[in-house]
Design a binder for this molecule. Structure first.
Ligand SMILES: Cc1cc2nc3c(=O)[nH]c(=O)nc-3n(C[C@H](O)[C@H](O)[C@H](O)COP(=O)(O)O)c2cc1C
Length: 193
């Protein structure tokens, strides 16, 4: 089977370090035969989730588009930047909207149930956004996803990337690639048994 991965990053900044890190994990997943779809949250601007907004206007069309994307993929590859010790508001807001009822009326959480997920993080700081990465794993787990054990957070990320897009530190480069490979491996195992 071809594993289909939906990859997204909690930063829509043009030069996002998290996005660059995600690219490395994704390229490893591709070497193992996975199909990776990258989405940028800047392409899906959403109001801050509010029950009254949903009651008055319904679920936005952009959320419908995201829900369809989630439905078409087996696994999630997420890069979670850290804002004040947690994941970014834009990332959590997107997930909250996707969890709302789908066009067919089923819970949006069905789009997370049993989906395999991996989270990485990058920060110019020494901790590499590890708190945001662990927090995001907890959120995805609560939503029903199966988190793989491989994790990676990249400290001093502003100095970590080589010209070719990989990481200067070869051991770190191999670690982040292991996240992409682990995601494909676990997804294959779960879907063939
Ligand atoms: C509001 C705000 C809060 C931040 N808080 C943290 C933090 O708690 N820990 C950390 O390591 N970096 C923090 N940073 C720095 C971000 O990690 C840094 O801007 C990073 O490059 C953002 O990810 P990106 O490069 O993918 O856009 C913060 C940045 C902003 C704008």
């Amino acid at each position: 089977m071809t594993v289909k991965i939906l990859a997204f990053c909690g930063s829509s900044r043009r030069d996002s370090l998290n996005r660059k890190l995600l690219e490395i994990a994704a390229s490893a997943a591709r070497t193992d035969g996975a199909e990776v779809t990258f989405i940028t949250l800047a392409d899906f601007p959403l109001p801050i989730y509010d029950v009254d907004v949903e009651s008055a206007h319904g679920v936005p069309e952009r959320v419908r588009a995201l829900q369809e994307l989630f439905a078409r993929h087996d696994a999630l590859l997420v890069a979670s930047p850290e804002h004040n010790g947690g994941y970014t508001a834009v990332l959590k807001n997107m997930l909250d909207w996707v969890s709302r009822p789908t066009a067919t009326g089923s819970s949006g959480l069905t789009l997370f149930a049993g989906k395999v997920a991996a989270v990485v993080s990058a920060s110019p700081g020494p901790m590499g956004g590890i708190r945001a990465m662990l927090g995001m794993r907890g959120v995805l787990e609560k939503m029903g996803a199966i988190l793989i054990p491989q994790v990676f957070s990249l400290g001093s990320a502003h100095q970590a990337f080589a010209e070719n897009g990989g990481l200067v530190d070869e051991k770190a480069d191999a670690e982040v690639r292991r996240v992409g490979l682990g995601l494909v491996g676990v997804t294959k195992q779960l879907t063939t048994h």
